[in-house]
Design a protein around this ligand. Structure first.
Ligand code: NAD
Ligand code: UD1
Length: 337
């Protein structure tokens, strides 16, 4: 079974490559490396003993996609390639729609032209917007409030429509909650180019001394300790969810599934857990709320369990331990070759 992974050189994609290779799948990475480092392919080989084939290309380039998809008998595509910064999606909206929406459309067209029927798509819990009720179930209303979130929703919608067109596609839409951590080897992990926007990589950089202090955005939310609550999910569990999705994708036209743990963790609880596994002090200061942030959200995992037979196995301590292991072994990310 050969699988194409667009965006396979990125944080989540590289972990999916490892899980798939270890599950005996043949993997082709299709990536333009706009937010990843070629060294990651070498690291995947060091973990698994096999380097995935790499095609350097853009998901908006339909001819390049057709050529890549024609080179093997692909059973499925896992589509992760995209841009993911909420802040950048406000200042560079057109670029986000082009990459995330047009890129998904071009990929679907290339799949239709080459007879590849099955696609697993990386969506985000951000499509829900402000929760009416927790935990978030897949049938909750969808009202994203950033351009990034709207690109994800539009990509979901176009794939769902094309699934029922001719030739049809089978689509599994995975809505990730907050993926964190890294492979236990510490050879692959999250390597943001600039100052991290997200909490876990920010804590890691404070712990290693590359950043002086963590700003905790808001301590007046209606939560247990006043800080924001999220559903952090270990990236290796998330990757396993893709293996389960591939096993399921041909069974129905369109399936939408949350990938989270179902458990909420506050900012201060994550800082405590990281301190415990790293032995480092994480200096923090309370700062104003970040615009667009939600007080609390976490997943219902019922659909994932019922349809994919998937549930997260790793806890917050595992996530912090593996994030810290990656950070310690690669203080400068993939620049430490
Ligand atoms: P990432 O930036 O590490 O990986 C994305 C990969 O896609 C990179 O290797 C990048 O070079 C590639 N890419 C980007 N635009 C491309 C294009 N036009 N053509 C070809 N390749 C391109 O991000 P990630 O954290 O691994 O996220 C992967 C996917 O999961 C994204 O679609 C993202 O929106 C989604 N997602 C991520 C999170 C998260 O917290 N990381 C949460 C929810 C959803
Ligand atoms: C952010 C994105 C979301 C995306 C998700 C991917 C925003 C508004 N939302 O969500 O669209 O799908 O990442 O994982 O950017 N925090 C701090 N200090 C920091 C960083 C974060 O206190 O330096 C807090 C935040 O206020 C929040 C929590 O930590 O309460 C988690 O933040 P983050 O990791 O950025 O994830 P999300 O806000 O869930």
């Amino acid at each position: 079974m050969t699988v194409m992974i667009t965006g396979g050189a990125g944080f989540i994609g590289s972990h999916i490559c490892v899980e798939l290779i270890q599950a005996g799948r043949n993997v082709v990475v299709y990536d333009n490396f706009c937010n990843s480092h070629p060294e990651v392919i070498n690291r995947i080989r060091r973990i698994t003993g096999t380097a995935p084939e790499v095609v350097k290309g853009d998901v908006r380039d339909v001819e390049a996609l057709i050529s890549a998809l024609s080179a093997h008998r692909f059973s499925a595509v896992i589509h992760l390639a995209g841009l993911k910064s909420v802040a950048d999606s406000v200042t560079s909206s057109a670029e986000y729609y082009d990459c995330n929406v047009v890129g998904t459309l071009r990929l679907a067209q290339a799949m239709q032209q080459t007879g590849v029927r099955n696609i697993v798509f990386s969506s985000s819990a951000t499509v829900y917007g402000e929760p009416d009720v927790l935990p978030l179930r897949e049938d909750h209303k969808l009202a994203p409030f950033s351009p990034y979130g709207r690109t994800k929703l539009q990509a979901e919608e176009l794939l769902s429509d094309i699934a029922h067109s001719l030739p049809p596609l089978n689509v599994v839409i995975l809505r990730y909650f907050n993926p964190v951590g890294s492979h236990e080897s510490g050879l692959i992990g999250e390597d943001p180019n600039d100052v991290p926007n997200n909490l876990m990589p920010y804590i890691s950089r404070v712990a290693i001394g590359r950043l002086p202090v963590l700003n905790v955005f808001g301590n007046d939310y209606p939560t247990s300790d006043g800080t924001g609550i999220r559903d952090y999910v270990h990236v290796v569990d998330l990757a396993a969810g893709h293996v389960a999705a591939l096993d399921h994708v041909h069974k129905q036209k369109v399936l939408k599934v949350n990938l989270g743990t179902g458990r909420g963790t506050s900012v201060l609880e994550l800082v405590d857990a990281y301190t415990a596994v790293s032995g480092r002090t994480i200096p923090f200061a309370f700062a104003p709320r970040r615009a667009g942030d939600i007080a609390s959200y976490y997943a219902s995992g019922d659909v994932a369990e019922e349809t994919l037979g998937w549930r997260a196995r790793r806890d917050i301590s595992d996530m912090c331990r593996d994030a810290w292991n990656w950070q310690q072994k690669n203080p400068n990310g993939y620049l430490d070759q």
